[in-house]
Design a binder for this molecule. Structure first.
Ligand SMILES: Cc1ncc(COP(=O)(O)O)c(C=O)c1O
Length: 397
């Protein structure tokens, strides 16, 4: 018997980043030496003192259900953390703990969107936003950005996309896939428009600590009480503390929205109890490991940007945050690479993987064809090796 899938899931486009990663990992299992530029997670291990805390929590019997909204002491720790980092004054009732930031985003769209509500999404965007918005019955309204404006949505483009059905806007700074970081003034201009049109701002700040060139991140709720009241801040421990597999994220914002997210979780699922204990340690414990990882990412970024620019046919801006370089491959489309005429960025990514054993993610999945995303969450040696292969492939014609 063929079980029919729902219309809802049939409309989902599978994550292109995960698809490419799965294919590359399969090649690796077959014994091939693949350079991974596709990954979206730090290659560093979780700092030892955080792991110790999880082990201690397990030994202390923290093996039972946690409250749907999260452990009270982690919700309190998130408040302390957001105060320490940004001077934000949240109470535990404004915080919900989720199974990673991705889950927090999923829940936000579920609780704020009615069918047909429009959500403005600057392009390129992280692959999951568009599918999560659709799953909640929402309609994605893409707003293009360009390399010329640093891949940052311009306030006039944002304003022009607003209709009576617009309910929310998603801001992700530092950005995946471009590494773009909005300035405080740019965010203020966008936030003022959101206030004027009574929109919810979903602010994904998951890369806030992976920021370079002496820049400081701006947390959107710091832009003023009117902005804070309509912002749902999303963050978590995945990227900052190299804890992607622990699945701990959170949302901070309006009490009613947060309570609705917790209610939703009470009927689906919520974060692992002993991982929540470890997350408290991550947020409030020593922060030296964060700076060490950040400094290493900065070094790798500089290397990768130099190698991209040295490679004929490739070009990029210098990303100011996250751990990705968004590479313009427009000049390679229509050209012959490894004996094949490159049709588009997806085809090029396939050629890179099959012929050079370098895994990259095509830009099309992020809503912007003619680009590929390269992650520098890998060692300088592997970055050098990957570019040796790419250069040789492109030089071969
Ligand atoms: C922009 C952005 N938001 C959220 C997430 C998901 O974070 P988490 O692993 O905590 O679910 C990612 C992960 O790749 C991301 O790039």
């Amino acid at each position: 018997m063929a079980i029919r899938l729902s219309e809802r899931v049939r409309r989902i486009t599978p994550s292109s980043t995960l698809a490419m990663d799965a294919r590359a990992k399969q090649m690796q299992r077959e014994g091939q030496d693949v350079v991974f530029f596709g990954v979206g997670e730090p290659d560093f291990d979780t700092p030892e003192f955080i792991k110790d805390e999880a082990v201690a929590a397990l030994r202390a019997g923290m093996t039972k259900y946690a409250p749907a909204a999260g452990l009270a002491d982690l919700r309190e720790a998130v408040c302390q953390y957001l105060y320490k980092e940004y001077g934000l004054s949240y109470r535990p009732k404004n915080i919900v703990i989720t199974c990673g930031a991705k889950h927090a985003l999923y829940n936000v769209f579920q609780v704020i969107l009615e069918p047909g509500d429009e959500v403005i999404l600057p392009v390129p965007y992280w692959v999951s936003y568009s599918e999560q918005i659709k799953l909640a019955g929402g309609v994605v309204v893409p707003v293009m950005t360009t390399a010329a404006n640093g891949f940052r949505m311009q306030p006039e483009d944002f304003a022009a996309a607003i209709t009576p059905r617009t309910r929310a806007v998603v801001i992700n700074s530092p950005n995946n896939p471009t590494g773009a970081v909005y300035s405080r003034a740019e965010l203020l201009a966008i936030a003022e428009i959101a206030v004027r049109h009574d929109l919810v701002i979903v602010s994904d700040e998951i890369y806030d600590h992976l920021i370079y060139d002496g820049l400081a991140p701006t947390s959107i709720p710091t832009l003023g009480p009117e902005v804070a009241a309509r912002t749902i801040l999303i963050n978590g421990v995945s990227k900052t503390y190299a804890m992607t597999g622990w699945r701990i994220g959170y949302a901070a914002g309006d009490e009613k929205v947060i309570a609705a997210m917790a209610d939703l979780q009470s009927h689906s699922s919520n974060a692992t109890t002993f991982c929540q204990k470890a997350a408290i340690k991550a947020l409030l414990g020593p922060q030296e490991a964060v700076e060490k990882m950040r400094a290493e990412f900065a070094r790798r970024r500089d290397l990768m940007v130099r190698l991209v620019r040295e490679t004929p046919g490739l070009d990029c801006l210098t990303p100011q945050g996250a751990f990705y370089v968004f590479v313009d491959v427009g000049r390679l489309i229509g050209r012959t690479v490894a004996g094949e005429t490159v049709r588009d960025d997806e085809h090029l990514a396939e050629i890179f993987l099959e012929k050079a054993k370098v895994a990259v993610v095509p830009g099309a999945g992020f809503g912007m064809p003619n680009y590929i995303r390269l992650s520098y969450a890998t060692s300088c040696e592997r970055i050098e090796e990957g570019f040796r292969r790419i250069k040789a492939l492109l030089a071969g014609g």
